[in-house]
Write a protein that binds this ligand. Structure first.
Ligand code: GTR
Length: 428
């Protein structure tokens, strides 16, 4: 959650454009035209022919291929408190071990509303700085892993005084009161967010003989984070307190890119939420406004697969664009959240991706984005299968964002006609 000051015109030696009038003209690919030019006429054509073409591109040219779930994946509930948060929640922590070795695991922190006797729908998302930062709850285990010093540390080690330091992005009570569980995982449990030559995190577990870094079409951090979200889903399917058919995957910024890729690669996620995911997430790359492919690959060379670098300052060569990533979610609901003060992430490009994914939803008989123009700030579009808002304020995940995501999820997970206007919270 790095704050970007949008007045800058240069970053990493690259000019940054913020002027709509300076966007070069470009052509977007048609999600409903096959690579050979033939039209996609049915849901079957989409599922069997077009979707695989789009997947193949994103998998080998953008995010990189990830391995299957390890055969020896193991789950262990390592803590449980049925009276957490003053009695409002069940809190549990589940370690997911990626190999026989007990050293390589991620910890899923879960809060479930404790008045619910039935399995509950759930939001799951990665966090930036450790599970213990999402709530001041003293029962949350402090991560033993490397953490970024942006979190307030000086030695890359988590510390007790930072409990709850990121709580504004995780309104746990709001989520619980509306009948949802929350699960979150520290992204650094899967792959630490710095360039370490892919020697840390999950990568070395999957190297073949003699391999010491991912191949050009293989996963780097974004795909590894998405892979971790799928491993959490493997667990949810076994947890009787969770309605695994109603799990929404959510992420902010870089972790929003990961949430989108998780939604694309794993159809078990029933809903996908991108909060200000920007370049390499919901924003169209060809607009080249705010952060560009070259800028992101320069600053974060370990996020996307190496093949993606061939599009640095070469967006016209992209045979697909991010609207087709959004289309990969169809027919599942997807919500794209933007912020006015986050021009680096190109809010308009995020909106347009959703809009241009619409024809695929139409093929399923659904309305994608329910408007063809961007709505004014703080006027969420909630009525379609693709939700969208741009809110006032800067780059962050806020309670306002969560309120829209909950209202949107209510339509699909609680099927209440009125649910769209009904948020249960003492905070509102
Ligand atoms: C920025 C990066 C963005 C976004 C952001 C974040 O530095 O350029 O793509 O991911 O970080 O994750 O907060």
């Amino acid at each position: 959650m790095i704050e970007i000051f949008c007045c800058c015109t240069s970053s990493y030696g690259q000019e940054v454009n913020y002027d709509e009038n300076k966007i070069p003209s470009f052509t977007l690919s048609d999600p409903l035209a096959l690579n050979d030019g033939n039209p996609v006429k049915s849901v079957k054509d989409w599922e069997k022919k077009r979707r695989p073409e789009i997947m193949e591109f994103f998998e080998t040219q953008v995010y990189g291929k990830a391995p299957e779930a390890p055969k020896d994946l193991r789950f262990k509930v390592v803590s449980e408190d049925k009276q957490a948060l003053g009695g409002k929640a069940v809190r549990k922590e589940v370690n997911i071990y990626f190999s026989e070795n007990d050293d390589t695991y991620m910890t899923v922190l879960m809060y479930l509303p404790n008045q619910n006797k039935k399995p509950v729908p759930l939001f799951v998302g990665l966090n930036f700085y450790g599970n213990y930062t999402i709530n001041a709850d003293p029962g949350i285990t402090i991560t033993p892993n490397w953490v970024s010093n942006e979190s307030g540390t000086t030695d890359n080690r988590a510390k007790d005084s930072l409990r709850g330091s990121d709580a504004s992005g995780w309104p746990v009570e709001l989520i619980l009161q509306n009948g949802y569980g929350l699960a979150t995982i520290y992204c650094g449990d899967i792959a630490p967010d710095y360039d370490n030559g892919f020697q840390k995190g999950v990568f070395p577990l999957f190297y073949t003989n003699g391999q010491n870094k991912p191949r050009a079409d293989e996963w780097q951090n974004i795909a590894a984070w998405a892979w971790g979200l799928s491993r959490a889903m493997d667990y949810f399917q076994k947890d009787k307190q969770v309605d695994a058919k109603k799990v929404a995957v959510i992420g902010h910024s870089r972790l929003g890119k990961a949430a989108l890729w998780a939604g694309a690669t794993d159809k078990r996620f029933a809903m996908v939420v991108s909060n200000e995911s920007g370049c390499g997430g919901a924003a169209l790359s060809k607009r080249r406004i705010g952060e560009t492919v070259k800028l992101i690959n320069t600053q974060f060379p370990y996020w996307f697969c190496n093949n993606f670098k061939q599009y640095d300052n070469n967006e016209d060569a992209l045979p697909f664009d991010q609207h087709e990533l959004i289309a990969l979610m169809a027919p599942r609901p997807v919500y794209i959240g933007s912020a006015e003060g986050d021009q680096w992430a190109d809010p308009k490009g995020e909106f347009l991706s959703g809009l241009y994914a619409g024809p695929v939803y139409k093929l399923f008989g659904l309305t994608g984005m329910p408007a063809s123009e961007m709505p004014p700030v703080d006027h969420p579009l909630l009525s379609g299968q693709i939700g969208y808002h741009i809110r006032t304020g800067k780059h962050a995940l806020t309670s306002y964002d969560w309120e829209q995501y909950i209202l949107f999820a209510n339509k699909f997970f609680y099927h209440s006609k009125d649910s769209i206007n009904c948020l249960t919270s003492s905070f509102i």
